[in-house]
Design a protein around this ligand. Structure first.
Ligand code: SF4
Length: 403
C-alpha cells in the first residue's frame, strides 16, 4: 500500500505539494473572505432595510395591525394577488364587515359572496376562497393551520401565501418569496431579478424575524426597488450589485428571455420593459394608442371602433362554452355591443348569465371585418350551453388568421 505512494517523497513532487498547499491556503482564505464579505453584506442589507421599514413601512395597512388573525391575513393576501394595495383596502374592510370570521364565509353562497368580491377580477380565486373556508371549518375546526404544508393544501393557497400567513399571523420564520422579495434580494446580492437564484439559501440567514423581513421587503419592493428601480433614492445602493453594474445583468437576462420567447412564441409577454410586438414580429417601443372608447390597441392600421367581438367563454381555460351544439365555436357579439358593459348586457339579455369580461387579448381582420378576441367567465347563473374541451378551443384558434 505504502509502495503506491512513495512518489510523494520525491523532492520533485514535494515542490508541487507545497505549491498545492499554498494555493489551498489561498483558496481557504478566499472562501473565508467571501464568507466574511457575505456576512457583512447581509448585515448591511438588514440594517438599511430595517431603517427604511421604521421610517416608511406601511404599518397602517389594516392587515398589518397587531394581533391580526390568520383569517384576516389570508383574506388580504388572496385579494392582493394581481391587485394593487390601494384597490384592495376598500374591498378588504367591506368584506370583513360582512364576513368577519371564516365560519361566516364558509356558510355563504356564491351569490352572497359575489357582491363583496366583484370587481377584483380573477374569479377563480374568489371561488377558491369559498372552498378554502369550507376546508378550514370542516377539517381544522375554523382555525387556519400553522403548518405551511397544511396551508398550501388549501384551495388557492400557494407557498407564498402560506409563508405570509405563517409569518404574519403565527410569527413563524417563513420568508414569503413574492415578486417584490425576489426582485430586491436578487438585484442586491446577484445584480439581477432572474429566476435561477437560490433564494432558499437565504432561509435562516436573515436575523430579522420573518414577519418584519417580509413586510419590509414587500414595502421596499413596491416603493423603491420597483420594476424601474429608484436607485438614486435607495439606501442600499452602496453595496447593491445591480447598481454597481448598472443593471447590465438584468437587462442581458431580460433580452435573452425575450429573444427565446420571440423565437418560440410569436406573441411575447411583457417583461417589465416597454414592449409591444411590432408588425414585423420584432419588439418596438410603445406607440400612440388607438382606442375605441373602452378597449385600447397599439400599432394598428385598421379601425377597431366598430369591431365585432369574438367571445371565448371559459371555465378556468379547461372548459369552453360553445355557441353551437356540434364542434366548438365562440360567441360573436355585434359591433354595437363591443364594450365590456355592452358584452355583459348582450349576454345577460340573450342567455341570462352575468359575465366577467377581460380586455381584448388580440385583434384581427376576419373576412374583412375588424374583430376583437375577448375572454370571459360566468359569474352568476347556470349555463345551458354546449361545452368543449381545451383541445377543441386550440384547434379553433389555430384556424384564425394571424393578427
Ligand atoms: S440600488 Fe437600485 S436595484 Fe439596488 S436595491 Fe436599491 S433600488 Fe434596487
Amino acid at each position: 500500500m505504502w509502495e503506491e505512494h512513495t512518489e510523494w517523497r520525491n523532492p520533485q513532487y514535494s515542490k508541487q505539494i507545497s505549491r498545492l498547499e499554498d494555493s489551498l491556503g489561498m483558496t481557504e482564505n478566499f472562501v473565508q473572505n467571501m464568507r466574511k464579505e457575505k456576512k457583512e453584506k447581509l448585515k448591511f442589507f438588514e440594517g438599511r432595510l430595517h431603517d427604511f421599514f421604521r421610517r416608511a413601512g406601511r404599518e397602517h395597512l389594516p392587515w398589518r395591525k397587531p394581533g391580526v388573525t390568520a383569517y384576516e391575513v389570508w383574506v388580504s393576501e388572496i385579494m392582493l394577488q394581481q391587485t394593487q394595495v390601494s384597490r384592495v383596502i376598500g374591498y378588504y374592510d367591506r368584506f370583513l364587515n360582512r364576513f368577519p370570521t371564516v365560519e361566516r364565509l364558509a356558510a355563504a353562497t356564491w351569490e352572497e359572496f359575489l357582491p363583496y368580491y366583484a370587481g377584483l377580477g380573477y374569479y377563480a380565486r374568489g371561488r377558491n376562497m369559498l372552498k378554502a373556508a369550507s376546508v378550514v371549518v370542516g377539517e381544522y375546526g375554523g382555525k387556519f393551520p400553522k403548518d405551511t404544508d397544511k396551508l398550501v393544501s388549501l384551495p388557492g393557497v400557494g407557498p407564498y401565501t402560506a409563508a405570509a400567513i405563517a409569518s404574519f399571523a403565527y410569527g413563524k420564520n417563513t420568508v414569503a418569496w413574492d415578486t417584490n422579495l425576489r426582485r430586491v434580494v436578487g438585484r442586491f446580492f446577484f445584480g439581477s431579478k432572474r429566476s435561477d437564484i437560490p433564494f432558499s439559501e437565504f432561509e435562516g440567514a436573515f436575523r430579522i424575524p420573518a414577519k418584519d423581513l417580509n413586510g419590509a421587503l414587500m414595502d421596499f419592493g413596491s416603493a423603491i426597488c420597483v420594476a424601474r428601480p429608484k436607485c438614486g433614492a435607495c439606501p442600499l445602493r452602496d453595496r447593491c450589485e445591480y447598481f454597481r453594474n448598472h443593471g447590465k445583468d438584468e437587462m442581458r437576462n431580460a433580452k435573452d428571455v425575450l429573444e427565446t420567447e420571440i423565437r418560440s412564441n410569436p406573441t411575447p409577454r411583457r417583461l417589465g420593459i416597454p414592449f409591444t410586438k411590432g408588425r414585423d414580429g420584432t419588439g418596438t417601443k410603445k406607440t400612440k394608442t388607438e382606442t375605441n372608447s373602452h378597449f385600447a390597441f397599439r400599432n394598428s392600421k385598421l379601425s377597431f371602433k366598430d369591431a365585432q367581438v369574438m367571445l371565448f367563454l371559459h371555465e378556468g381555460h379547461r372548459k369552453y362554452y360553445s355557441s353551437r351544439k356540434k364542434g366548438y365555436a365562440p360567441f360573436v357579439v355585434p359591433a354595437s355591443h363591443n364594450t365590456r358593459a355592452g358584452i355583459k348586457d348582450w349576454f345577460r339579455n340573450r342567455y341570462g348569465l352575468e359575465l366577467a369580461v377581460r380586455p381584448p387579448h388580440r385583434k384581427l381582420s376576419l373576412k374583412g371585418k375588424p374583430t376583437l378576441l375577448v375572454n370571459a367567465q360566468i359569474l352568476l347563473g347556470t349555463p345551458a350551453l354546449p361545452t368543449s374541451d381545451d383541445a377543441a378551443y386550440r384547434i379553433f384558434v389555430s384556424t384564425l388568421p394571424k393578427a
